[in-house]
Design a protein around this ligand. Structure first.
Ligand code: HEM
Ligand SMILES: *[C@@H]1O[C@H](CO)[C@@H](O)[C@H](O)[C@H]1NC(C)=O
Length: 424
């Protein structure tokens, strides 16, 4: 490599173009303008999900447990889907006290997971994103029309030998392997027989979401039952038209606004399989951060650098008459708070598809790590430089890998440049 090339690389990396407004600015503005009209139970309209699920459909209110009643309210637009409930005085794992609290072992599991999900930059890692997607793909094997065959959030995505090998689940094989390891560690070795794969997967998704900066702290439940029976394949494809996606999710009781809220999780994502030539390209300018920039960039109202790769399905949803307005609201002032609440409520619904013992679940939200409500990237300038180039050079690739691992790319650049100096 020529010195001039090396220099131009480092000059490029140091002189930062500020084409993009720093997302933190939008965050502050969003806070100032924060909507006040979002209290629980208000503003349910025809775009919002409100169908009951599982055993809650037939149980009378008088038969409901505290958890059953709260979930019933959550599914019909009431109660609050996010919670800061903390675990005070966690008993030692091997103690008798720990055995008495169903949530106790989950605190240890959640801490284990969070270590893998949090990157040194403060962003969440590829493992966190995969865990969120895994939670979706396990639960998504359910619809009203196929409910008699079972399916849903039942652990089958990992327990069934075939499901994870399907092309639709590309990219999820390694997080599936992690789930198997966690299952072996907690279910077998520690003798906690009531740890199911279905719960591990859904708890994993909720730990991952709150580890991503700005992500909601979603009310979390355990007590789902496992199945290794292959679920019907009911996953969306990025080339599906919006009408079809809306119907696919309606069939799962998720109404158009719910779909808009849930696909917002692409805010953290970097794609690998939609366009393999652009492997590692993110779906907004802040991969690993649970912000609303994805909504603005996908609909084209926020400046979008070259490297941001939009899925056709997301663009289609940002424009469809049933979803466009909600999309716009999440992108606009106060969008973060509105989105977090809606995402949390809709994810609770998703994570309960096919669960027929909702009334006997235990709430263990207190085991989750705390929410991170403000975030400033330590390496935003370098990130912007990477985003504004479409180079697929080795350096660009190593930056993309580092971001995928949740690392700060300040260090990656220095290491990479030093490596090149050595090879001169
Ligand atoms: C319209 C419906 C959806 C479509 C078409 C879709 C499609 C995709 C595709 C193609 C990828 C990239 C995979 C890759 O190439 O590596 C992806 C990633 C992802 N999806 Fe979706 N998705 C949809 C809905 C959802 C929902 C409802 C959730 C969760 C609630 C979700 C969570 C994720 C996450 C977290 C990633 C990032 C995974 C990673 O970084 O490894 N998606 N999705
Ligand atoms: C929705 O469910 C109906 C009834 O089971 C089915 O005929 C239809 O194909 C489903 N739609 C999609 C997009 O999966």
């Amino acid at each position: 490599m020529l010195v001039s090339q090396l220099l131009s690389t480092s000059v490029l990396l140091c002189t930062v173009s500020t084409v993009l407004a720093y997302p933190g600015m939008e965050m502050k503005l969003a806070k100032i303008l924060s909507r006040q009209d979002d209290a629980a139970g208000e503003g349910i309209d025809e775009g919002d999900s409100d169908e009951l699920l599982g055993d809650l459909i037939t149980l009378q209110d008088g038969q409901l447990t505290r958890v059953g009643l709260d979930i019933k309210q959550l599914l019909t637009g009431g109660s609050t889907p996010e919670s800061d409930d903390q675990y005070i005085n966690v008993p030692a794992l091997k103690s008798a006290q720990c055995k008495q609290d169903t949530c106790c072992v989950w605190k240890y599991i959640a801490d284990d997971m969070a270590k893998l999900f949090r990157g040194p930059s403060g962003r969440c890692t590829k493992w966190a994103r995969k865990a969120v997607r895994l939670g979706f793909h396990d639960a998504a094997g359910w619809s009203k029309g196929t409910a008699s065959q079972g399916g849903g959030a039942d652990g089958s995505l990992v327990l069934n030998p075939r499901e994870l090998t399907l092309a639709e689940n590309n990219g999820l094989q390694d997080i599936g392997q992690k789930m198997k390891e966690w299952y072996a560690k907690w279910h077998d070795k520690q003798g906690f027989q009531d740890i199911t794969m279905a719960d591990l997967i859904q708890m994993g998704a909720n730990v991952a979401t709150v580890v991503c900066p700005l992500g909601p702290r979603i009310k979390s439940y355990v007590g789902r039952k496992d199945s290794s029976v292959e679920n019907p394949l009911l996953l969306p494809h990025p080339s599906d038209p919006a009408d079809m996606l809306i119907e696919l999710f309606e069939n799962k009781t998720i109404r158009p606004h719910g779909l808009v809220a849930l696909v917002g999780s692409h805010t953290t994502s970097q794609q690998f399989f939609v366009d393999t030539k652009r492997a590692g390209d993110p779906q907004d300018s802040t991969p690993g951060v649970w912000d609303v920039l994805f909504y603005g960039q996908t609909q084209g109202t926020a400046p979008t650098p070259k490297r941001v790769f939009k899925f056709d399905s997301d663009v289609a949803l940002s424009k469809h008459e049933k979803t466009q307005q909600e999309w716009q609201e999440f992108a606009g002032p106060g969008g973060q708070k509105h989105w977090n609440e809606d995402y949390a409520r809709e994810y609770i619904r998703l994570s309960l598809l096919g669960v027929n013992n909702i009334n006997t679940l235990t709430e263990c939200t207190k085991v989750l790590p705390p929410a991170i409500r403000t975030y400033k990237a330590p390496d935003q300038n370098n990130l912007n430089t990477w985003l504004n180039s479409n180079s697929q050079s080795a350096l660009a690739k190593s930056l993309s890998d580092a971001i995928n691992e949740g690392e700060s790319i300040l260090n990656t650049i220095i290491t990479s440049l030093l490596g090149r100096l050595k090879s001169l």
